[in-house]
Design a protein around this ligand. Structure first.
Ligand code: 5GP
Ligand code: ZN
Length: 113
């Protein structure tokens, strides 16, 4: 069993990795909801936003900055993009390793479903 995204990090599960740094990795979502749909994750296993420790501000902050870097790399800066973090069942979180969805490349409606 184990964590799917930890297995991606350990290359036990293949993924289309588009960004890597010391603390974060980004790869394309297997079911893209937009022309660019990447998942940006911390290398450290943290299950969800609600599981973040007060001493992990730098970790989650780094993931947001990595998502910004990926957005720039994907050419989304001019047109705009959206970052989403689902937390828990009501939000539809299915993988319990924090991930920021980076969505862009098409107009995005608001509010989301
Ligand atoms: P959540 O619903 O937890 O916010 O998002 C989980 C995301 O992970 C979904 O968008 C889903 O398509 C994606 N996903 C699930 N399994 C895999 C996988 O094995 N590889 C990749 N690249 N994405 C996955
Ligand atoms: Zn994990």
């Amino acid at each position: 069993m184990g964590c799917l995204f930890c297995n991606v990090l350990e290359k036990k599960v293949p993924a289309d990795v588009i960004y890597e740094d010391e603390h974060a990795v980004a790869f394309r979502d297997i079911r893209p909801m937009a022309p660019t749909h990447a998942l940006v994750i911390p290398r450290k296993h943290i299950a969800a936003i609600r599981a973040l420790g007060d001493d992990e501000a730098a970790t989650i902050g780094h993931v947001i900055l990595a998502a910004r870097n990926v957005a720039k790399q994907e050419g989304l800066e001019a047109g705009g993009y959206r970052l989403v973090i689902n937390d828990g069942d009501a939000a539809g979180q299915t993988v319990h390793h924090i991930h920021v969805h980076l969505l862009g490349g098409r107009p995005l409606t608001w509010p989301p479903g």
